[in-house]
Design a protein around this ligand. Structure first.
Ligand SMILES: Cc1cc2nc3c(=O)[nH]c(=O)nc-3n(C[C@H](O)[C@H](O)[C@H](O)COP(=O)(O)OP(=O)(O)OC[C@H]3O[C@@H](n4cnc5c(N)ncnc54)[C@H](O)[C@@H]3O)c2cc1C
Length: 491
């Protein structure tokens, strides 16, 4: 694979991160290397930007970094737009500080632009984009590649160890860890890359937004997106907020992490980093560097690395190997069969979508979980496990349960629409087969709320969490099916 890369990228230390989506010679008439970011919204330690710089330096061309945001991706809301625009604003600043040109476009009624990446690509020597295995990022990358006339390279920025170096066909997590753990150290180092060319100042086929100078909240209020899902007060947008969260996690959470991480009643028990990791405002390399540099005990660091690298990167690896990681057919065959065999079992408490969305079902513990998603845009890991298992009994069929769990997670959680979303939900719908056959679940193990209820004050905590007042959000007539799973989303 590395042999197929052009000069510069071929010798880059991180070349195994790069996949050739469209082969060919970079266009010598190109004005720049186009670096198109969808989700890795950070200016430094970003392999997509670094690869673009390495290629640009080899070609004697500057890099143009582009990030755009549209109204029509599934679940577009005030919550997601606000978080993404805050990250993009700081990305712009960071790129400028690195000597790189940056262009942003927020698509809106008075500023419609069609096919911008394609049009920018027409002036580029090559396109470097992100290798993301889920959601619109994957679909858009495929689409741009199909239309491109220049070479297209996809770069993995989400993982510390790029999935490609692990080889194909790893089936279980223990096999994955055997391959992954020995390789971590070599990927912790980064050389960065500095542009040798002055920043691009030439023409663009559109007028970019200057996010620093516009009132993005006012702009977002006018967009055709879901305004019923409010901006999240807990996870603030932008690079400074991400750095604060990382400092807090390392200083206050990590020293007791192995003991506190599974206790949902502890506000300081888990790191709270997943929204920033999902949108790439933080990368795993800098998070691990901060963890390694801390004075926290070895067992806490090991536990954290197991979550961030051992679990997160396992789900990324799985997603890269699947054609559609978001679909129910990824769930283990034995689990699909046993759930299907019990699909007609009576479900004593089928809940409406309204009750599910607002956390107003007959299950107090489930409501406590759901209200974290709705209010905080995030949910504690142990609550997520109970939450996902219970949905199987609250909906009419296993397929409806899958669609509902993905919908709630994707729409409400800042870290949703991620390889970890679908991988974890698939794990909750399967896991280790139980010896006992139960109604509704068959041989899929069930899970109670004991890991929270049995904590000191757990009953009180759950009751208070379930009683939180929530905003009324829009309720569709049925759980929407993601358009990119069934065909072409709007162009
Ligand atoms: C049903 C279900 C759905 C989930 N949906 C998502 C999702 O949409 N997006 C998402 O990022 N994570 C998801 N997770 C994984 C996990 O719950 C969250 O990553 C974690 O709760 C985020 O909180 P934190 O940042 O405080 O993590 P911590 O517990 O402090 O862990 C540190 C980091 O390790 C990673 N991590 C931790 N646990 C897991 C895990 N089980 N799988 C993968 N990575 C993990 C995350 O990047 C996290 O930020 C889901 C888990 C379950 C059981």
């Amino acid at each position: 694979m590395v042999d197929a890369l052009p000069a510069g990228l071929r010798d880059w230390r991180e070349a195994p991160r790069v996949r050739v989506l469209r082969d060919g010679r970079p266009d010598e008439a190109g004005r720049f290397v186009l670096c198109w970011l969808q989700q890795a919204l950070r200016a430094r330690d970003n392999p997509v930007i670094d690869a673009s710089i390495v290629l640009g330096n080899a070609l004697g061309l500057p890099v143009l970094v582009y990030h755009g945001l549209r109204e029509d991706y599934p679940y577009a809301s005030d919550r997601l737009h606000h978080f993404i625009l805050g990250a993009s604003r700081d990305l712009a600043q960071g790129c400028r500080e690195r000597g790189l040109a940056f262009a942003h476009h927020l698509d809106r009624a008075e500023r419609r632009e069609k096919g911008l990446v394609h049009r920018l690509g027409a002036n580029a020597a090559a396109i470097v984009l992100e290798d993301q295995p889920t959601f619109v990022a994957r679909w858009q990358a495929d689409r741009v590649t199909r239309r491109a006339a220049v070479p297209v390279y996809a770069v993995n920025a989400a993982c510390l160890v790029p999935p490609a170096v692990l080889g194909d066909g790893i089936r279980g997590r223990s096999g994955f860890l055997r391959q992954h753990e020995p390789r971590r150290a070599e990927w912790l180092a980064t050389d960065g890359a500095e542009p040798t060319q002055p920043a691009y100042v030439g023409p663009l086929p559109f007028t970019p937004d200057r996010l620093k100078e516009i009132d993005t909240d006012a702009l977002v209020a006018d967009l055709a997106i879901d305004h019923t899902l409010p901006v999240n007060p807990v996870f603030q947008a932008g690079r400074a907020a991400a750095e604060r969260q990382l400092r807090r996690a390392v200083a206050e959470v990590l020293p007791g992490y192995a003991a506190t991480r599974n206790d949902a009643t502890r506000p300081d028990g888990a790191s709270g980093l997943s929204p920033y990791l999902h949108f790439g405002v933080l990368g795993p390399r800098e998070v691990m560097a901060a963890v390694e540099a801390s004075a926290a005990g070895a067992k806490h660091k090991t536990k954290f690395a197991d979550e961030l690298l051992g679990w997160r990167e396992w789900f990324h690896y799985q997603a890269c190997a699947l054609a559609a990681p978001e679909r129910y057919d990824r769930v283990a065959g034995w689990a699909v069969d046993t759930l299907a065999a019990h699909a007609r079992d009576p479900r004593p408490a089928i809940e409406t979508l309204d009750a599910l969305l607002h956390g107003e079902t007959r299950d107090e513990s489930w409501n406590a979980c759901q209200k974290q998603f709705l209010l905080d845009g995030w949910m504690h890991n142990n609550l997520r496990m109970y939450w996902a298992k219970r949905i199987i009994a609250m909906t009419p069929s296993p397929e409806a349960a899958w669609a509902t769990a993905c919908y709630l997670n994707d729409r409400l959680s800042l870290d949703g629409r991620d390889p970890s979303t679908y991988g974890n939900i698939a794990a909750m719908f399967a896991g280790t087969p139980s010896e006992h056959e139960r109604p509704i679940y068959g041989r899929v193990a069930t899970r109670g709320d004991g890991s929270t209820r049995s904590r000191s004050g757990g009953d009180r905590w759950l009751a208070a969490a379930a009683a939180r007042a929530v905003p009324r959000v829009s309720v569709p007539a049925a759980v929407p099916v993601d358009p990119y799973l069934t065909g072409e989303p709007a162009a």
